[in-house]
Design a protein around this ligand. Sequence first.
Ligand code: KIV
Length: 278
Amino acid sequence: MTAASSSSSTAPKRPATVRIRHLFEAKAQGRPFSMLTAYDQFSAQVFEAAGIEVLLIGDSVGSTVLGHETTTATTHQDMLTFTGAVARSVRRPLIVADLAFGSYEAGPVDAVRHGVELVRAGAQMIKLEGGTPVTPQVSALVAAGIPVMGHLGFTPQSVNALSGHRVQGRDDHAADQLLRDARALQEAGASAVVLELVPAALASRITAELDIPTVGIGAGPGCDGQVLVWQDMAGLSDFRGKFVKAFADLRGDLQRAAEQYRSEVESRSYPGPEHSFE
Ligand code: KIV
């Protein structure tokens, strides 16, 4: 038996289209799955080709693409535009989109109205931030047929209330509250939950206690899946938080390419005859 045939017989079968049930299967099998943010056609297609199972059109688009300082500036219209761009560009990954700050806090009616619009734009699952206080919104979305991903720990839309980017759930009281919130989201019908900036041991405990998959960002290796903002993962942004690993140097590569282009334009070596028409 060749190495290729032996590895293909043991490798888990990849679904042609990733569905929520595949995330539950991954959890049951103890097989970690990967999620990345995506906001545009080319990045989404590259991540699909790389086998990334879940694409998140995060409200981080406000700070990674639109030049805002925090995600609180991202609007529902921004989310519709970028969700549509990604959803039209790929077939296999599960498409998750964020409800923007201000589009669901007032109650279930707002949450469902904006959730429906995101589904119409191409989202297959909606993510919203918060625990017990947003369970009525979660239940209403689920009742409307819209799958929900929760988001606990550091919740970027509450950056002001949380006094900046800080690890959450460090003391016993906060850890218990996080666990209660995770259970409440599950009971309200959420199908998955992101755990952001949570001590690794607590994230592992929550993952073990929940039936639904957890997706960690700065929450250690014990979550069922992992997520990163793609520009951090690829070294395009200059954010180097402790939890980030840059798997490439896209910033350096792109800058070198642009410098080479400028230099060839200035020396008239580009465009050459091969790039010119008779
Ligand atoms: O908006 C986003 O990119 C997110 C991830 C950090 C999970 O919510």
